[in-house]
Design a binder for this molecule. Structure first.
Ligand SMILES: Nc1ncnc2c1ncn2[C@@H]1O[C@H](COP(=O)(O)OP(=O)(O)OP(=O)(O)O)[C@@H](O)[C@H]1O
Length: 297
């Protein structure tokens, strides 16, 4: 578990984090989202003990990161691939990390396979694409098989194949019990893998909850329906004073519950082949939370 507890960070007169609190459980992926400059990286740096908070504290498991006896087993951190020296090979870099952490170099060889860089293991990092550097940086973060993992925008620069690899990689880490915090601007991807979401805006937590809460259907959300007779269905729905919008294979009906709509259509003798309440996407919820805050400011 990673617990961020009432963390405030000031730089001079500017408060960049204002009493930020949240908890990321073990065996789960916590998505950390917010606009540019909202305070994600600052929070993650504080969590990893790289930046001191002005107030508040962070616990990684039962302790602070500084108290961990085997830091590489306790927390893996990926903030950016920019600092990886271009003159090193992928293998050389991972072996160097193993050496600094007192780990066997054979771990580097396994990691090269795990992150999909075995074929370019002996190539210099300066010849790598951003996506390859990201893979290497993520590999370096997991060198000690840590029980906690903090990843700041790890999917940047990954191609579709890399995104799929990354998804499997973090999902299997969480399944193995690792506590994962993942900041990202890729809402669709995050919506597919996160168990819970924490949203930050202007240094304050704007919303947090399970992914199910974030993409829950609103009571007034439209209902999508496919029928055996679309013209009869449209007439029946309009007779009830409901608004209807034709879609490619069916129609969207506003202002009715799924049960109420089914009753109307069945009552009109129309067969139903598909009926669902539209859910919000994580992206919809993200923008609606930010908009609500904007109008309050
Ligand atoms: N060392 C520093 N000195 C002064 N201000 C800083 C410092 N580091 C960060 N900030 C400010 O803190 C705020 C939060 O920055 P942070 O990098 O944490 O945002 P972010 O949410 O990670 O943004 P992005 O999505 O663009 O990466 C920004 O306004 C930034 O300018």
């Amino acid at each position: 578990m990673i617990r961020i507890d009432d963390v405030t960070k000031r730089y001079g007169d500017s408060t960049v984090l204002d009493r930020v609190s949240f908890e990321a459980p073990d065996g789960a992926i916590t998505g950390f989202v917010g606009p540019n400059g909202a305070g994600k990286t600052t929070t993650l740096r504080i969590a990893a003990g790289m930046t001191q908070p002005s107030e508040g504290q962070v616990q990684i498991g039962a302790m602070t990161f500084a108290q961990a006896e085997r830091p590489a087993h306790h927390l893996g951190l990926f903030l950016s691939a920019e600092g990886i020296p271009g003159a090193m090979t992928a293998r050389g870099f991972l072996e160097y990390i193993c050496d600094t952490q007192g780990l066997r170099r054979t771990r580097a060889q396994r990691l090269l396979h795990e992150v999909g860089l075995a074929e370019v293991a002996n190539k210099k990092v300066k010849s790598f694409s951003l996506g390859m550097r990201q893979r290497l940086g993520i590999g370096a973060a997991t060198v000690g098989e840590p029980s906690h993992l903090i990843l700041d925008e790890p999917a940047n620069g990954l191609d579709p194949d890399g995104i799929r690899w990354f998804r499997d990689f973090v999902l299997s880490a969480a399944q193995a019990g690792v506590c994962v915090i993942l900041s990202s601007h890729h809402m669709r991807e995050l919506g597919a893998i996160a168990d819970q979401v924490v949203m930050i805006d202007s240094g304050r937590i704007a919303a947090q909850g399970s992914i199910a809460e974030f993409i829950a259907a609103e009571p007034q959300a439209p209902v999508y329906v496919e029928t055996t007779d679309d013209s009869a269905a449209e007439r029946a729905v309009q007779d009830q004073g409901l608004e209807v919008q034709a879609q490619q294979n069916g129609m969207m009906v506003m202002g009715s519950s799924p049960d109420g709509l089914a009753a109307v259509l069945v009552g009109a003798g129309v067969g139903l082949t598909h009926l669902t309440r539209q859910r919000s996407s994580l992206e919809d919820t993200y923008f609606s939370v930010l908009q609500t805050r904007d109008t309050r400011h």
